[in-house]
Design a protein around this ligand. Structure first.
Ligand SMILES: N[C@@H](CCC(=O)O)C(=O)O
Length: 224
């Protein structure tokens, strides 16, 4: 599978993401500058973490107007894969590819920590590498990670089984229903505040995040 990692002014997890897909998993990967408009060669788009446009106005609110985003919407509508990580999740909600919104953390502080997460579903292409109900640990680092949706939207997200990851134990940011990651109805678009790409290299002591990418590739067995 060919991966494309979007790069906005202010992205800072783009290289980390490419390191996982290209160097750790051996997949063709290219960086996609936000002004590009042809991404037809790519199978999986990664919208990485960071501080696109300096987080001005609202995290992700400016990036979603970048020329590449219309192509990302088209890519998703064709059923192709898109993952938004942290700032990328914020961009995907701003672009309307995922429901809800990410707001300032409950305590109004930037949080940098490791967070236990419960895997709610393993029947998605993204989560084949986990068992259902498994608790994994991934790094979190955000100022606006509090998931919010109005009552009806939240009920629909739950009823449709769109919650993929929930904070387990402590809720670090006040997200409604402890939501840490959701998918669209079709399951090809995933957004999550925790950073799987920062828990992918054995040298860092935790590979819970690698299983997300490896699961998509059907390569989990090779890691064990
Ligand atoms: N800049 C965003 C996301 C940070 C990240 O993607 O690591 C925030 O503070 O909420």
């Amino acid at each position: 599978m060919k991966f494309g990692v979007l790069v906005f002014p202010g992205s800072n997890c783009d290289r980390d993401s490419a390191y996982v897909t290209r160097d750790l998993l051996g997949q063709p990967t290219r960086m996609v500058w936000h002004q590009e408009t042809d991404i037809s060669d790519i199978d999986v788009i990664i919208v990485p973490g960071g501080f696109s446009y300096g987080d001005y106005l609202r995290c992700g609110a400016i990036a979603r107007f970048s020329p590449v985003m219309q192509e990302v919407v088209n890519h998703a509508q064709k059923g192709k894969f898109v993952i938004g990580i942290c700032n990328g999740f914020q961009v995907l909600t701003e672009a309307g590819l995922l429901p809800g919104v990410l707001t300032r953390n409950r305590d109004l502080h930037f949080i940098c920590d490791r967070s236990p997460l419960k895997v709610e579903r393993n029947n998605l292409p993204w989560t084949h590498g986990y068992t259902e109900g498994e608790v994994i640990t991934l790094p979190i680092a955000h100022g606006e990670g509090r998931f919010y949706a109005d009552k009806d939207t939240l009920a629909a997200i739950e009823d449709n089984g769109q919650v993929v990851f929930r904070y387990h134990g402590e809720n670090p940011n006040g997200s409604l229903n402890n939501i840490a990651g959701i998918c669209n109805l079709q399951g090809n678009v995933l957004g999550m505040m925790p950073h799987p790409e920062r828990a992918a290299d054995q040298a860092l002591g935790n590979t819970d995040g690698l299983r997300l990418f490896a699961g998509l590739l059907g390569k989990v067995a090779a890691l064990i």
